[in-house]
Design a protein around this ligand. Sequence first.
Ligand SMILES: C[S@@+](CC[C@H](N)C(=O)[O-])C[C@H]1O[C@@H](n2cnc3c(N)ncnc32)[C@H](O)[C@@H]1O
Length: 445
Amino acid sequence: MDTTAAMVAHMAPDKDTSAEQLAALIDSHLGDLREEEPNWTIKSSKVAGRGVFATRDIAAGELIFRERALVTGPTARKGQLSSCVCCHQMLPQSGFLCRHRCTLPVCADCSDAEIHRAECEHFRRWQPKDADEELEQVNPLSLRILTAVRVFHLSKEQRHLVDAMQANAQRGYRQEIIKAAQCFRNFPTTDREFMDQLFRIVGVLNTNAFEAPCRSGGHEVLLRGLFPLTAIMNHECTPNASHYFDNGTLAVVRAARDIPKGGEITTTYTKILWGNLTRGIFLKMTKNFNCDCVRCNDNTENGTYLSALFCREQGCRGLVIPVQTRTLQPDWKCLSCDNVFPHSKMARYQDFALNTINNRINTSSVRDMIHFINELCPRFCPPSNYVLIEAKLNVIWRMTRFDPEQYTPEEVAHKDRYREEILAILHKLGAGECTLKKLITEEIQ
Ligand SMILES: C[S@@+](CC[C@H](N)C(=O)[O-])C[C@H]1O[C@@H](n2cnc3c(N)ncnc32)[C@H](O)[C@@H]1O
C-alpha cells in the first residue's frame, strides 16, 4: 500500500475467486432463499466489473431475488446513536453503554447475550479510551468500525465472499480507520496483515453496503447492511429493478420494468428524483465513478427539468438548466433569454434553495410546510426542481406515517396532489414499478 497503484491492486476483488466460485459462495449465502431455477445470474458486465443478468425474460413487478444481510451494523450517523447495536431497541437516557465497558451502546439484555460477546471482547482488547472517562456518551468514530469488526467474526466461507467483493480505494476510508484507531489505546496499527485486511473490509463496506431502515419497538433505525448479491448489481439512474429492505435485514429485489433475457439487471445507488448534478456528485464522492447512463446524458432529464433553477437575469423568470453533460461543473443556460451563467453562481443558488427548504423540513409542522411549499417556494424555486419535490415527498411521508387522521380535507387534498405530481415525474422518467412509487402509493411501508 505504499503507492497508489499498490493500494488499488490490493483493493481489487480476490482474483483467485473464479466466477463459478463466486456463484457458489452467493448460493451458499442465499441458503433457503435461493430459487430452484433463478431468473438471474452473475456475469462480467460492460458497465463495470461483474453484474447481475436476466437468465430469461422478467416481467415488471416480478420477484428477482430475496437476500438476508451477511452482516449489519450501526451507520453511526448523527441521530442514529441511541439504539442498541444488537437488538436496535431505543436505549434509555442513561445507563446505555455495555455493562462490560466495551463502550458500545448495548441494552442490558444484549450486554450479556452471545450475539454481543465476540465484538465486546474485541473492543475491550483494544482498550477504548472512553472506558476511562466518567462521561457516558456514544463515540461515533469507534461505533462506525463495529461493522468491520463483525466481518472478522464471520465464518471462513462468508469471509471468502467478502474478499470476492469489490473495494474502492478512496483516501477517506483510510481516514475512517485512522480516526477509529485513535479511540483505542491498543489498536493493532503495527500489525500489517491485520491493517491490510481491515483497510480492505472498510473499502468493501463503503463500496457495497446499503443503509436499510429497521423498525424496533415503535421506532425506526437505519442499519448499515452488506447484501452481497444486491450489491453486485451495477447502478443506473433510472434502473430496471427496484430494491427495498424488510426490517433492515432482508433485501427484496423486483423488476421495475420488463427485463429481456440476457439484459443486465440494474439498481440505483442514489435517490431516483435527485437532479443530474446531485446524483453525479454523490456517485463520484461515495462510489468513485462517473455515471454515463442515458438519463445523465440528457440535460432536460427526460423533460422533468429536475435540476432547473430560475434565470438570474433581471425581469426573466425562465428556466435555467446545465448545458453540458459529463461534467460536474457545467455552464447553465436560460431556456427563455439564452443567457449563460457560470456553474459557481448557479451552485450557490442551488445550495441556497436546498438549505432554505431543508431548514423548513427540519423545523416546520406539516401544516406550515404545506403553506411554505405552496406560497413561498414558487418565489425562488421552480416547481420542477428536485429540492421542492423532496419537500413534497416529506409532507406525504409525514402525513401517511404519523396520525393520518389529524389532517383537514384541504391538507389531504394537497398531499394527494403532490403524490400525483410525483407519480407523473416517475412516469416521465420511465421508472416503472420503482421503490419510490411503491412507497408513495403505500404498496410497501
Ligand atoms: C457495489 S459495486 C457493484 C458491483 C461491481 N460491478 C463488482 O464487480 O463487484 C459498486 C461499484 O461498481 C462500479 N459501478 C457500478 N455501477 C456503475 C456504473 N453505472 N458506471 C460505472 N461504474 C459502476 C463502481 O466502481 C462502483 O463503485
